[in-house]
Write a protein that binds this ligand. Sequence first.
Ligand code: IPM
Ligand code: MG
Length: 382
Amino acid sequence: MDKLKTAKERFAALLNGQLARVERMRNEMDFLDYKSLEQIIIGVAGGDGIGPAITAQAKGIIQALLKNDIEKGRVLIKDINGLTIENRAAVGKAIPDDVLAELKTCHVILKGPTTTPQAGSPWPNVESANVAMRKELDLFANVRPVRVPEKGIDWTFFRENTEGAYAVGSMGFEVDEDLAVDFTITTTQGTERIARAAFDYAAANGKTRVTAVTKANIIKTTDGKFLRICRDIAKEYPCITLDEWYIDIMTAKLVDEKRRTQFQVFVLPNLYGDILTDEAAEFQGGVGTAGSANIGKRYAMFEAIHGSAPRMVEEGRAEYADPSSIIRAAAMLLSHIGYTREAAELSRAMDECAAEKKIEVTGREDGASSEEWAEYIISKLR
Ligand code: IPM
Ligand code: MG
């Protein structure tokens, strides 16, 4: 009987936390208008492993592009140190308090990869810094573009980033030695805001179709609610068609060359978004080629999709790491805060370098260093 009592208490604590979150979302502000700010503060957190080396290159490019506005004080770039696995392990927190306080003084953040300890690693089991930052700063929309023009692929994923299986991912428990439970969360507010973000993006970019991906036939309550709300929001956008797919068949359709070119914008719960965006990035050349935007109403964070590559550091190759993914993230950051011309110019310069290949990054001494690659990109900026 005791075990049921303990289980009920834990479940109640979990629900209380989520009810409080719903209350916060009910009162949340509208999107921050960057144009209205006298000064935009960009935080740069290098993270772990190859993170500091590649992030420094992306920062250098932002500085080159925004030189005038930095001089005028319209933009301030702030280095945020201390988001390292050593510090996080020492205080036993996903994000140390002082680092979190610093992050909160910024409007947008460029973040290098951070190490997520796995079972069996020498690090204590602190929560992923990524997941913690998404929650702490309420970065509810994970926007991941994937483009392969020669194959007709032009997709933008709107992955819900604060709910689903991730909301209480570390609060599951073992009821007894034979029974373990985890929980997944869907809220009205959380679903409405991600669905609106996807439809607004579609409307603003001339897209005609938004595809909702769930497993609502099986996960009836939470995925069912997600889908129902997507249908409600779709009614506000008569020029855009909502189509509905289940996650299993969707993973198959992404490799169907005839079908996949019809998809444009996707909206999906957290875990399906995690999985499907890795599959999608693979068509573009792998997770190392994609940037990722984590957008909330007050804050936004931009990151590389790949990890911290500790082996490259151990082997003394950190300076040869490919900075492309974090530079793509920097372009998304620039566009998000209103520097759309600079963002487009950066993307164009990157494509030009990738096509011209005067030098190449190989991850080793025989190739260009991250710094040389960044200088190559800067040399192409107009
Ligand atoms: C991602 C990553 C993260 C996630 C990990 C690093 C916690 O896979 O950004 O997709 O699961 O969301
Ligand atoms: Mg992932």
